[in-house]
Design a protein around this ligand. Sequence first.
Ligand SMILES: [Ca+2]
Length: 199
Amino acid sequence: MGLRKRISAKLPLVAACLFIALTVTASDNILLSPGFEDTPSGEAPAFPPWWEWNDIGAVMTGTTGGEVSGKVSHSGKRSVARRVKGKALGCYAQTAEVVPGQIVDAGIWIRTSKEFTGAEAYLRIEFKTKDATIIQAVESKKISSPGESWKLYTIEATPVPERAATAVFCLFVRGKDKNSSGTAWFDDGYMHIKFKGLI
Ligand SMILES: [Ca+2]
C-alpha cells in the first residue's frame, strides 16, 4: 500500500518533466538566422552564420553564386538566392552537433525563377564523423520546374547514424548540364534535433 502511494505521488512529477522536455525539443530550431533577416549582431543582409561553396572543378564546368535577396522573400524582407549556369553545384550550409540516437527533422521553403531550366534545388542533410567524413546523406524532394511558387521541402524523422558527430543542413542548387540555368530562392529553414521517444 505504502509503495503504491509513493509511486502514484511521483507520477505527476514525471509527467510534468516529460511535458517540459517535449515542449523544448519540439520548438527548438537550431538554425541561426533561418529567414536570412539578420546576423547575430543584428546587421543585415549577410551570409554569416551561413557558409557557402561552389563546385566548379574539372567535372563541373559551369558557374554558381548568389546573395541575400531583398526583393524576394517567403516571410520577412529577405531570402537567399542561388544562381546556376551550366554544369555546377552550389550550396549554403550550417552545421550542428549531433549524437547517435537522436532524430532530425528539417525543412526549407524554396521557389524557382521563370528561366529555371535543366537544374534542381533541394535540401540535403549530411551526417559526418569528427574528421568530416560523410557517413550518410539524406535529400528532400527536388524542385526542377521553372516559375514554381514557394513550397516547403522537408526531411522527416531521420535517425542520426552511428559514429556521426555533426549534421550539415545544406541548401543545394545543381545544374545538370551545359545548358542549365536559373535561380532558386530559399527562406525560413528549420532543423529540429530530438531524442527518440520525445517526439
Ligand atoms: Ca526571410
